[in-house]
Structures are given as C-alpha cells and as structure tokens.
Design a protein around this ligand. Structure first.
Ligand SMILES: Cc1cc2nc3c(=O)[nH]c(=O)nc-3n(C[C@H](O)[C@H](O)[C@H](O)COP(=O)(O)O)c2cc1C
Length: 319
C-alpha cells in the first residue's frame, strides 16, 4: 500500500486523499498557494467564506500577534458570490483536489442564496456553513451560539443541495454538544470544530485596542486544547458523525491529537501564514507516524484516546 493510500479518509460519500485540509480564510481557493504547495498532496481545501454580495471587511489593523497565536478581525472580506464564481470556479474545477466551499451570511435567506449559486461547481465535494456570523433577523445573535438558529440555517441549506453540509461551530458557547445536536437533527452531514475564539488585545503604550474592530478571533496553537476538548465532547456524543478538527494544528502531532480525540480529518489555518508548506509537511509526518506505530490506516487513530475509566467527567475548570 502506498503512503498516500494509507492516508485516505472516507467520510461517507466524500473521499479525501489525506486527512489534512487547508482551513477557511487561510488559503483562499488555493490559487496563490499553488506555487508554494503541491496541492495534489493535501486532503482538500476549504475556501475563504463567500457571502451573497461583496463584503468590504472591518477597519485596519486586522491582525495582532498574541502568545502562541494571533487575533484577526477581517470581517469576511470577499468579492461576493458572483465574482467568486467568475474568478474561482474555473480554478476549483480544474484542480483535482477536493474543495469545500465555505458559505457565510447574515440571514438564513443569504445562506440559501449563496448555497444555490455554489452547489453545482464541479470539483466541490461539500459545503461548510460558517455560522459564526451575526443573524440580522435575530438581534445580531451569532447563529452558532444558539442551537435553534444554527438548526434553522442548516435545515434550510440541506433542503437546497445534495452536497454534504458541514456546520462550522464556535467554542464560545456553554455547550457545544447542544449546538451540534441542533445541527445534526437539522441534517448536517458533519461538523467542523472549531472557529476562532473571541478575544481582545490592548496596546499598553497607547491604551488602544490592537484591532481596528476592537475584538477579534483568536487562532493558532493557543486554542488547540479547546479544539481538542470540543472534538472529544462532540465525538463522544455522536460517534458516527464526520468531524473535521480545526484549531492550532501546526505539526503532525497536533493533527494526530485531534484525530485521537475523534476527528476524521483536520484543517490547518494559521500555520499557513508562517509556514506555507505546513499542510504537506503535516501530511508527511502523519504517514511517518503511522509507519512507526505499525498502523495500516489513518482511520485507526480516530477516537482512540485512552481515557482511564476512573476519571470523573466532565472535568471542571477550577483546580
Ligand atoms: C486570517 C484568518 C481568516 C479566517 N477566515 C475565515 C473565514 O473566512 N471563514 C471561516 O469559517 N473561518 C475563518 N477563519 C478561521 C479558521 O478557518 C480556523 O477555524 C481558525 O483559525 C482555527 O484554526 P487555526 O488555529 O489552525 O488557525 C479564519 C482564520 C484566520 C486566522
């Protein structure tokens, strides 16, 4: 069996050549990365989130470095779905690498309109619903923070396409399992866990927030333990549900950790900014790990975390 074959992951109808995908917003559609990364050697690409109309994004500065991570407040800047189709669809269709289109919106109707426009692009294997957006019809509450609102948007999207829908959830909730359940009941094929965590940084010389939008999303290694915990909790509740683990993956061990927690595959975000070849390096490292452990397939890692039975769960935050 070749190294690539042993890394193949089947998520129901979706077959990924490797378990390492590029995360939304950190790779665009892959066009700019193609000169730096052999796109044929990664598991797939999740595109930058696309909205119905052009979105200008938030005021600068939009990024700030933090300990073991970064804060960003881009504001879903994108040219809108029509421009996206004109510019990116031919590239995506010619690629041969599985592509998941990330769809965003501020109303259920907007999610639906974008879904209708992207659902027939050749080469697209799934849609990821970025529901970490404010719902303008519900006092700007974030869809993914409320199981009923998350379910409403996922239910509406699943009625419009036969493509599998992954709901991308936030960990900024009391119970991610409850939101996951809402999405699963509404017809989500799988989940992407997790989006950035809401954070803030202040420049102590100027007393000003480091981000133009004041608060933003924290990503990178700082959030990995949160992602591992979320994947673990949701995978235990829904053992047969395809989960894409996202958050702080920069090394093969980080990806393996998420899979041991229950992820079927992983996405790499922030690492692409400081190591553009990260997705391929992580893929290779997973192959070497499997060989060293004498494992025949990457799927043998899924959910294999060995939790001693005597440990009381849930583990509380204090002490
Ligand atoms: C600059 C930047 C832009 C992002 N844009 C999007 C986006 O458009 N849609 C989305 O669902 N997630 C977006 N994300 C979140 C990532 O896809 C990912 O969920 C998060 O960064 C955690 O993974 P990481 O620690 O590997 O970066 C963005 C992250 C960063 C750092």
């Amino acid at each position: 069996m070749s190294e690539v074959a042993s890394l193949r992951v089947d998520l129901g109808e979706i077959s990924l050549p490797t378990p390492v995908l590029a995360a939304s917003g950190c790779f665009n559609s892959g066009r700019e990365m193609a000169s730096l990364v052999d796109l044929g050697r990664i598991g797939g690409i999740v595109t930058k989130s696309v909205t119905l109309g052009p979105t200008k994004g938030l005021p600068t500065p939009r990024m700030a470095e933090t300990a073991s991570g970064m804060l960003n407040a881009i504001g879903l800047q994108n040219p809108g779905v029509d421009q996206f189709l004109a510019k990116e669809a031919p590239f995506i269709s010619s690629l041969g690498t599985p592509v998941i289109i990330s769809v965003a919106g501020t109303s259920v109707e907007e999610f639906c309109q974008v879904t209708l426009r992207v659902r027939d692009i050749p080469g697209v294997v799934a849609i990821e619903a970025n529901i970490s957006c404010p719902n303008v019809e519900r006092r700007n509450q974030v869809f993914a923070c409320h199981a009923d609102q998350a379910a409403e948007v996922i239910g509406a999207m699943t009625r419009l396409t036969t493509l599998p829908i992954f709901a991308k959830l936030t960990a900024d909730v009391t119970s991610i399992t409850q939101v996951a359940e809402g999405c699963v009941r509404a017809g989500a094929f799988g989940l992407s866990l997790i989006n950035t965590l809401l954070g803030m940084a202040i420049d102590t010389e100027t007393f000003r927030p480091k981000l133009g939008a004041v608060t933003g999303g924290l990503s990178g290694p700082a959030i990995r333990p949160v992602a591992v915990r979320c994947v673990y909790e949701v995978a235990r509740a829904f053992p047969d549900l395809p989960i894409l683990g996202v958050g702080g993956v920069v090394s093969p061990a980080d990806a393996i950790e998420l899979m041991l927690a229950g992820a079927w595959a992983v996405q790499v975000g922030t690492a692409n900014f400081f190591r553009p070849e990260a997705t391929v390096e992580i893929t290779e490292g997973i192959g070497e790990f499997l060989a060293r452990k004498g494992l025949g397939s990457v799927t043998e890692l899924r959910g294999r975390v060995d939790v001693p039975e005597r440990v009381a769960e849930p583990a509380y935050r204090s002490g």
